[in-house]
Design a protein. Sequence first.
Length: 181
Amino acid sequence: MKKVAILATDGFEEVELTSPKQALENAGVQVDIVSPKSGEIKAWADGNWSESYKVDKTLSEVNASDYHSLMLPGGVINPDQLRMNEDAIKFIQTFFEQKKPVSAICHGVQPLIDAGVVNGRKLTSYPSLRKDLENAGANWVDEEVVVDEGFTTSRTPDDLDAFNDKLVEEVMEGKHEEQHA
């Protein structure tokens, strides 16, 4: 059975975690919510705090070799917290080093800048991140979903159907020898 880690903390965009998680589970994939903190993490939806979600594993309890793929939801608060967390950055980098599929939606790409894995990669994101990504060496495009050798990105929750389809497809395909940081 395939296993996917969804890396998130407080302030993730609710639908950007719940929708991909459901799509993966519907495809028979085991999904763990991995976070720097234990207990629960709180979602953000419609400009307000929303539901809390159980953390399955903390970053200190796992490593990338436990999983087949990594998924990063957006939100504004969540990625900003993750990009300042050294353990989260190392976790992300290891998925790229192990040539495993990585996916991120909306602001979820922000920690990837700090992980140093976007240089030379074709990707998309929430439009306000375009300059940050280009400055980090990424080839930013305005498309609903972009796949670059096992690296899948989308812009906003409006793109979730296309994102989820590609996320599941890439997880099922497995390692991509051309995946790189």
